[in-house]
Design a protein around this ligand. Structure first.
Ligand code: LLP
Length: 428
């Protein structure tokens, strides 16, 4: 991980900022986002497309990390956005993204969200069903607008990823069934208020082989040809997100492999191309800092429990998907001691609040700091306040400097919006 460095004085640094400084100032748990890493990865992705001779727009999937600072960095790097809710759309606009660079995806858009997207003039709405297509036509005609529509097709391809993040198989809730896509495209062309511009496909997340991408894009390319042969206009193909990263020892395909898959299948079709990466750009650009609350010894030789002050309410991925994240102590001295297997847990009252089982780690003590790695995507955005644990603080680093980008939520904010019904108000 090129942006992380361990040295004898400063301990673990991220983009040349010693992380203990951030943790001691803001307290823990605390998320740190690396702006330089976001930039470097975006540029690497762009370079891969350019080197393949392709012009591919990058619509960053906001859901991975939607902090305004992240969005500002990515806007500066020339990214557009993929949004999946009215909230994300407002956020993208607030971060200064141009409406025409925004694609609105998602399996269930409300009428209000559709109207908002049309009013703001988003570049494209990806439609996922016949029902949604008809609803959008009604909303658009009612608002006297025309919606640029791409049909998100379900190519019935197994991306070989975790069940809970697979989206491109026939039984998944996403996308338009393959054998209905052509008919629906023709229908879209005939419906008022709609301008079908192309096709979209997204088959899953943390995909570790180019093969499912190639297979999905090949099916989409065949459909583009078929639609054109039937006299329809297809101007764009949105290739979705899903490119995986190395969390542990996975062999993740480099961006060049994705570019190759796109070029091979869609390269000669004369369509405007776009991708919607979230994880690949953002995951390695974030760490979660946490302090050791205690080490709970276990009888009968089982691994000790390392109890952190971060928990599943902060980082949900291990509890939800059994995902593996690297864990490093911030202090260099700790690394000289032989590691022993420890089970790293949070304090939340759920058995699934486990970050790592029997993970070899040096002996740690109360107050020691650790970094949980590759948590820049689907980390802070999936936090909750379960167990009345406030949202954690956040900082951004770049080129050896750091600043806070989100205050720790004050505990009073947890109940600030709550009210009592009249009959529970006591007259004093
Ligand atoms: N486009 C669409 C239509 C999507 O549904 C997604 C992710 C993306 C793009 C971005 O995919 P990415 O490049 O990040 O793989 N919370 C899960 C991941 C859920 C992904 C949902 N859709 C996790 O933590 O692994």
């Amino acid at each position: 991980r090129p942006s992380l460095r361990m040295d004898a004085q400063a301990g673990l640094s991220f983009e040349d900022v010693p992380l203990h400084l951030v943790a001691r100032t803001l307290g823990t748990p605390c998320w740190v986002t690396g702006a330089g890493t976001l930039r470097r990865r975006t540029r690497n992705l762009k370079t891969a497309f350019v080197e393949a001779g392709l012009d591919v727009a990058i619509h960053y999937a906001l859901k991975a990390n939607d902090h305004l600072a992240t969005l500002t960095v990515l806007r500066e790097e020339g990214c557009g956005a993929d949004v999946v809710s009215g909230g994300e759309l407002h956020r993208a606009i607030h971060a200064g993204l141009a409406p025409e660079d925004i694609v609105f995806s998602g399996v269930g858009k409300t009428r209000e969200e559709m109207a908002l997207a049309l009013r703001l003039g988003v570049g494209q709405i990806n439609v996922e069903s016949a029902e949604e297509l008809h609803r959008l036509s009604r909303v658009a005609t009612g608002a006297d607008r025309s919606a640029r529509v791409a049909l998100r097709v379900n190519p019935d391809i197994d991306a070989g990823t975790h069940d809970k993040i697979s989206t491109g198989r026939a039984g998944d809730k996403f996308g338009i069934a393959w054998d209905q896509a052509a008919t629906l495209y023709a229908e879209a062309a005939a419906l008022p208020g709609l301008e079908p511009v192309g096709l979209a496909v997204h088959i899953g997340s943390q995909i570790l082989s180019p093969a499912p991408f190639r297979a999905a894009f090949a099916r989409v390319a065949a459909l583009v040809r078929q639609l054109r042969a039937e006299g329809m206009t297809v101007r764009t193909v949105d290739c979705g997100g899903g490119l995986g990263i190395r969390y542990r020892d996975e062999i993740a395909p480099p961006p060049a492999a994705l570019a190759g898959a796109i070029k091979e299948t869609l390269g000669t079709l004369d369509v405007a191309l776009a991708v919607e990466p979230g994880r690949w750009i953002a995951a390695p650009a974030g760490v979660l800092l946490s302090s050791v609350i205690d080490v709970k010894r276990t009888p009968d030789g089982a691994p000790d429990f390392l109890i952190l002050d971060a928990a599943m309410n902060d980082l949900a991925r291990p509890a939800l998907y059994e995902s593996w994240h690297g864990i490093l102590p911030l202090s260099p001295e700790r690394l000289h001691v032989d590691p022993t297997p420890q089970t790293v847990v949070g304090p939340v009252c759920e058995s699934s609040d486990v970050f790592a089982e029997a993970r070899p780690l040096p002996p740690l003590r109360e107050g020691d700091l650790v970094a949980i790695l590759d948590t820049g995507a689907y980390g802070s955005v999936m936090s909750s306040t379960y167990n009345s644990r406030p949202f954690a603080a956040q900082a951004m680093v770049e080129n050896g400097v750091w600043q806070p980008i989100r205050a720790r939520q004050p505990v009073e904010a947890l109940w600030a919006d709550e009210t009592l019904p009249d009959w529970l108000r006591r007259v004093s």
